[in-house]
Design a protein around this ligand. Structure first.
Ligand SMILES: NC(=O)c1ccc[n+]([C@@H]2O[C@H](COP(=O)([O-])OP(=O)(O)OC[C@H]3O[C@@H](n4cnc5c(N)ncnc54)[C@H](OP(=O)(O)O)[C@@H]3O)[C@@H](O)[C@H]2O)c1
Length: 238
Protein backbone atom coordinates (compact mmCIF):
# COMPACT_ATOMS: atom_id res chain seq x y z
CA UNK A 1 0.00 0.00 0.00
CA UNK A 2 1.53 3.28 -1.00
CA UNK A 3 -1.18 5.60 0.33
CA UNK A 4 0.20 8.74 1.89
CA UNK A 5 -0.58 12.41 2.44
CA UNK A 6 0.52 15.01 -0.05
CA UNK A 7 1.16 18.40 1.53
CA UNK A 8 2.71 19.98 4.60
CA UNK A 9 1.46 19.15 8.08
CA UNK A 10 1.51 21.80 10.79
CA UNK A 11 2.35 20.07 14.08
CA UNK A 12 0.90 22.15 16.91
CA UNK A 13 2.67 21.39 20.18
CA UNK A 14 5.61 19.88 18.29
CA UNK A 15 7.97 20.13 21.27
CA UNK A 16 5.59 18.23 23.56
CA UNK A 17 6.23 14.58 24.35
CA UNK A 18 3.67 13.33 21.83
CA UNK A 19 4.37 16.20 19.42
CA UNK A 20 8.03 15.19 19.16
CA UNK A 21 6.99 11.71 18.12
CA UNK A 22 4.56 13.14 15.57
CA UNK A 23 7.42 15.05 13.95
CA UNK A 24 9.56 11.89 13.89
CA UNK A 25 6.80 9.70 12.48
CA UNK A 26 6.02 12.28 9.75
CA UNK A 27 9.70 12.18 8.82
CA UNK A 28 9.54 8.38 8.74
CA UNK A 29 6.62 8.64 6.26
CA UNK A 30 8.45 11.35 4.23
CA UNK A 31 5.63 13.82 4.88
CA UNK A 32 6.88 17.42 5.17
CA UNK A 33 6.02 19.28 8.36
CA UNK A 34 6.12 22.72 9.90
CA UNK A 35 6.30 23.18 13.67
CA UNK A 36 4.20 25.52 15.82
CA UNK A 37 6.04 25.84 19.12
CA UNK A 38 6.44 28.20 22.04
CA UNK A 39 10.24 27.99 21.96
CA UNK A 40 12.32 27.70 18.80
CA UNK A 41 15.39 26.98 21.00
CA UNK A 42 13.63 23.90 22.39
CA UNK A 43 12.68 22.82 18.86
CA UNK A 44 16.25 23.14 17.57
CA UNK A 45 17.58 21.34 20.64
CA UNK A 46 15.18 18.45 19.97
CA UNK A 47 15.29 18.20 16.18
CA UNK A 48 18.58 19.83 15.18
CA UNK A 49 19.42 23.00 13.22
CA UNK A 50 17.82 21.62 10.02
CA UNK A 51 14.34 22.48 11.42
CA UNK A 52 15.19 26.18 11.70
CA UNK A 53 13.40 27.17 8.47
CA UNK A 54 10.34 25.13 9.44
CA UNK A 55 9.34 26.70 12.76
CA UNK A 56 6.67 29.24 13.72
CA UNK A 57 6.80 30.40 17.30
CA UNK A 58 3.82 31.51 19.29
CA UNK A 59 1.07 30.60 21.67
CA UNK A 60 -2.25 28.94 21.05
CA UNK A 61 -3.65 31.97 22.92
CA UNK A 62 -2.61 34.38 20.14
CA UNK A 63 -4.61 34.49 16.89
CA UNK A 64 -1.99 36.42 14.91
CA UNK A 65 0.74 33.93 15.81
CA UNK A 66 -1.53 31.04 14.85
CA UNK A 67 -2.41 32.71 11.55
CA UNK A 68 1.21 33.08 10.53
CA UNK A 69 1.87 29.40 11.34
CA UNK A 70 -1.17 28.40 9.25
CA UNK A 71 0.53 29.91 6.19
CA UNK A 72 2.60 26.72 6.16
CA UNK A 73 -0.18 24.15 6.54
CA UNK A 74 -2.21 21.83 4.33
CA UNK A 75 -3.30 19.81 7.37
CA UNK A 76 -2.97 20.08 11.14
CA UNK A 77 -2.04 17.61 13.81
CA UNK A 78 -2.63 19.18 17.20
CA UNK A 79 -1.06 17.63 20.31
CA UNK A 80 -1.10 20.56 22.71
CA UNK A 81 -2.28 20.19 26.25
CA UNK A 82 -2.38 22.26 29.41
CA UNK A 83 -0.10 21.42 32.34
CA UNK A 84 -2.85 20.80 34.83
CA UNK A 85 -0.54 20.47 37.83
CA UNK A 86 1.46 23.65 37.13
CA UNK A 87 -0.30 26.76 38.53
CA UNK A 88 2.07 28.99 36.50
CA UNK A 89 0.58 27.68 33.24
CA UNK A 90 -2.86 28.62 31.82
CA UNK A 91 -5.69 26.25 32.80
CA UNK A 92 -7.41 23.71 30.51
CA UNK A 93 -10.18 26.22 29.71
CA UNK A 94 -7.54 28.43 28.04
CA UNK A 95 -5.53 25.73 26.23
CA UNK A 96 -7.59 22.57 25.70
CA UNK A 97 -10.90 24.39 25.07
CA UNK A 98 -10.34 28.00 23.91
CA UNK A 99 -6.94 27.33 22.31
CA UNK A 100 -8.18 24.36 20.30
CA UNK A 101 -11.34 26.24 19.29
CA UNK A 102 -9.23 29.24 18.18
CA UNK A 103 -6.88 27.03 16.17
CA UNK A 104 -9.70 25.07 14.52
CA UNK A 105 -11.66 28.23 13.68
CA UNK A 106 -8.67 29.96 12.10
CA UNK A 107 -7.67 26.79 10.23
CA UNK A 108 -11.15 26.48 8.76
CA UNK A 109 -11.12 30.17 7.75
CA UNK A 110 -7.82 29.51 6.01
CA UNK A 111 -9.48 26.64 4.13
CA UNK A 112 -7.24 23.97 5.62
CA UNK A 113 -9.01 20.72 4.90
CA UNK A 114 -7.83 18.26 7.49
CA UNK A 115 -7.60 18.46 11.28
CA UNK A 116 -6.28 15.71 13.54
CA UNK A 117 -6.65 16.32 17.28
CA UNK A 118 -5.05 14.38 20.12
CA UNK A 119 -7.65 14.42 22.91
CA UNK A 120 -8.16 11.88 25.71
CA UNK A 121 -10.03 8.81 26.85
CA UNK A 122 -12.96 9.66 29.18
CA UNK A 123 -13.69 13.17 27.90
CA UNK A 124 -17.41 12.41 28.01
CA UNK A 125 -17.26 11.48 31.72
CA UNK A 126 -17.62 14.63 33.84
CA UNK A 127 -17.29 12.66 37.11
CA UNK A 128 -13.94 11.13 36.13
CA UNK A 129 -11.25 11.89 38.79
CA UNK A 130 -9.04 13.64 36.21
CA UNK A 131 -11.72 16.28 35.81
CA UNK A 132 -10.79 17.58 39.28
CA UNK A 133 -7.90 19.31 37.50
CA UNK A 134 -9.58 22.34 35.97
CA UNK A 135 -12.27 20.21 34.33
CA UNK A 136 -9.63 19.15 31.84
CA UNK A 137 -11.74 16.38 30.31
CA UNK A 138 -14.79 18.59 29.85
CA UNK A 139 -12.58 21.31 28.35
CA UNK A 140 -11.10 18.80 25.92
CA UNK A 141 -14.58 17.68 24.91
CA UNK A 142 -15.47 21.31 24.11
CA UNK A 143 -12.35 21.50 21.91
CA UNK A 144 -13.33 18.24 20.20
CA UNK A 145 -16.87 19.50 19.60
CA UNK A 146 -15.58 22.57 17.80
CA UNK A 147 -13.30 20.48 15.57
CA UNK A 148 -16.14 18.10 14.71
CA UNK A 149 -18.54 20.92 13.97
CA UNK A 150 -16.12 22.87 11.77
CA UNK A 151 -14.50 19.99 9.89
CA UNK A 152 -17.51 17.71 9.30
CA UNK A 153 -18.49 19.95 6.38
CA UNK A 154 -18.22 18.42 2.93
CA UNK A 155 -14.72 18.79 1.54
CA UNK A 156 -13.14 18.86 5.03
CA UNK A 157 -12.13 16.08 7.37
CA UNK A 158 -11.38 15.54 11.05
CA UNK A 159 -9.98 12.74 13.18
CA UNK A 160 -10.12 12.88 16.96
CA UNK A 161 -7.85 10.50 18.83
CA UNK A 162 -8.67 9.69 22.46
CA UNK A 163 -5.68 7.84 23.88
CA UNK A 164 -5.49 6.21 27.30
CA UNK A 165 -2.68 7.04 29.75
CA UNK A 166 0.43 8.02 27.78
CA UNK A 167 3.72 6.10 28.04
CA UNK A 168 7.17 6.93 26.69
CA UNK A 169 8.37 3.79 24.91
CA UNK A 170 9.22 3.24 21.25
CA UNK A 171 6.56 2.65 18.57
CA UNK A 172 5.32 -0.53 16.88
CA UNK A 173 5.83 -2.91 19.80
CA UNK A 174 2.18 -3.44 20.79
CA UNK A 175 -1.14 -4.46 19.35
CA UNK A 176 -3.73 -1.69 19.63
CA UNK A 177 -7.38 -1.61 20.46
CA UNK A 178 -9.52 1.10 18.85
CA UNK A 179 -13.01 1.73 20.16
CA UNK A 180 -15.76 4.32 19.84
CA UNK A 181 -18.35 5.73 22.22
CA UNK A 182 -15.89 6.36 25.12
CA UNK A 183 -16.62 2.91 26.56
CA UNK A 184 -13.08 1.93 27.63
CA UNK A 185 -12.79 2.43 31.39
CA UNK A 186 -9.01 2.40 31.44
CA UNK A 187 -5.90 1.67 29.39
CA UNK A 188 -2.53 3.00 28.32
CA UNK A 189 -0.63 3.54 25.08
CA UNK A 190 2.79 4.72 23.95
CA UNK A 191 2.97 8.36 22.83
CA UNK A 192 4.94 7.07 19.84
CA UNK A 193 2.04 4.84 18.76
CA UNK A 194 -0.45 7.69 19.21
CA UNK A 195 1.83 9.74 16.96
CA UNK A 196 1.94 7.00 14.33
CA UNK A 197 -1.86 6.66 14.40
CA UNK A 198 -2.17 10.46 14.04
CA UNK A 199 0.06 10.38 10.95
CA UNK A 200 -1.79 7.43 9.41
CA UNK A 201 -5.07 9.27 10.08
CA UNK A 202 -4.01 11.83 7.48
CA UNK A 203 -4.75 9.32 4.73
CA UNK A 204 -6.54 6.25 6.13
CA UNK A 205 -10.10 6.27 4.81
CA UNK A 206 -11.49 4.79 8.05
CA UNK A 207 -10.16 7.77 10.04
CA UNK A 208 -12.16 10.24 7.97
CA UNK A 209 -14.59 12.13 10.26
CA UNK A 210 -13.96 9.70 13.08
CA UNK A 211 -13.59 10.02 16.85
CA UNK A 212 -12.08 7.02 18.56
CA UNK A 213 -10.33 5.77 21.69
CA UNK A 214 -7.04 3.92 21.49
CA UNK A 215 -5.12 1.79 23.98
CA UNK A 216 -2.46 -0.88 23.68
CA UNK A 217 -3.00 -4.58 24.34
CA UNK A 218 -0.44 -7.38 23.81
CA UNK A 219 3.26 -6.77 23.40
CA UNK A 220 3.94 -7.87 19.84
CA UNK A 221 6.16 -6.46 17.09
CA UNK A 222 4.28 -4.52 14.41
CA UNK A 223 5.48 -3.60 10.96
CA UNK A 224 2.60 -1.13 10.57
CA UNK A 225 -0.38 0.08 12.59
CA UNK A 226 -2.62 0.44 9.54
CA UNK A 227 -4.57 -2.77 10.06
CA UNK A 228 -5.94 -1.57 13.41
CA UNK A 229 -8.08 0.99 11.58
CA UNK A 230 -10.31 -1.87 10.41
CA UNK A 231 -11.65 -1.98 13.99
CA UNK A 232 -13.42 1.32 13.36
CA UNK A 233 -17.08 1.29 12.40
CA UNK A 234 -18.05 3.08 9.23
CA UNK A 235 -20.05 6.26 9.78
CA UNK A 236 -19.74 8.77 12.58
CA UNK A 237 -19.90 7.56 16.18
CA UNK A 238 -18.96 9.82 19.12
N1 LIG B 1 -0.67 12.44 30.06
C1 LIG B 1 -1.52 11.50 29.74
O1 LIG B 1 -1.47 10.37 30.24
C2 LIG B 1 -2.58 11.80 28.71
C3 LIG B 1 -3.57 10.84 28.47
C4 LIG B 1 -4.49 11.09 27.44
C5 LIG B 1 -4.42 12.23 26.68
N2 LIG B 1 -3.45 13.16 26.98
C6 LIG B 1 -3.41 14.34 26.10
O2 LIG B 1 -2.55 14.05 25.02
C7 LIG B 1 -1.94 15.26 24.52
C8 LIG B 1 -0.45 15.10 24.49
O3 LIG B 1 0.02 14.86 25.79
P1 LIG B 1 1.58 14.97 26.17
O4 LIG B 1 1.72 14.41 27.55
O5 LIG B 1 2.41 14.44 25.07
O6 LIG B 1 1.72 16.54 26.20
P2 LIG B 1 2.91 17.46 26.75
O7 LIG B 1 4.21 16.73 26.72
O8 LIG B 1 2.47 18.04 28.07
O9 LIG B 1 2.94 18.60 25.65
C9 LIG B 1 1.98 19.60 25.60
C10 LIG B 1 2.36 20.54 24.49
O10 LIG B 1 1.46 21.64 24.51
C11 LIG B 1 2.25 22.82 24.30
N3 LIG B 1 1.56 23.99 24.84
C12 LIG B 1 1.09 24.19 26.09
N4 LIG B 1 0.57 25.42 26.19
C13 LIG B 1 0.71 26.01 24.96
C14 LIG B 1 0.39 27.29 24.43
N5 LIG B 1 -0.18 28.24 25.18
N6 LIG B 1 0.68 27.54 23.14
C15 LIG B 1 1.27 26.60 22.36
N7 LIG B 1 1.61 25.37 22.81
C16 LIG B 1 1.34 25.09 24.10
C17 LIG B 1 3.53 22.55 25.06
O11 LIG B 1 4.55 23.42 24.64
P3 LIG B 1 6.04 23.37 25.26
O12 LIG B 1 6.72 22.23 24.55
O13 LIG B 1 6.60 24.70 24.96
O14 LIG B 1 5.87 23.10 26.72
C18 LIG B 1 3.79 21.12 24.63
O15 LIG B 1 4.39 21.10 23.37
C19 LIG B 1 -2.43 16.36 25.45
O16 LIG B 1 -3.56 16.98 24.90
C20 LIG B 1 -2.81 15.60 26.71
O17 LIG B 1 -3.77 16.30 27.46
C21 LIG B 1 -2.54 12.96 27.94
Amino acid sequence: MDRTFKGTVLVVGATGRTGQWIVRRLEEHHIPCHLFVRSSEKAVELFGPEVEGHISTGSIENSEEIKSALEHADAIICAIGSSVTNPEEPPPSVIDRDGVIRLATLAKQKNIRKFILVSSLAVTKPDHPLNKYGNVLTMKLAGEDAVRELFAEKGYSYTILRPGGLLDGPPLLHALRFDTGDRLATGAIQRSDVAEVAVLSLFMEEAHNSTFELIQTDEINQTSLRHFFSQLPSGTVL
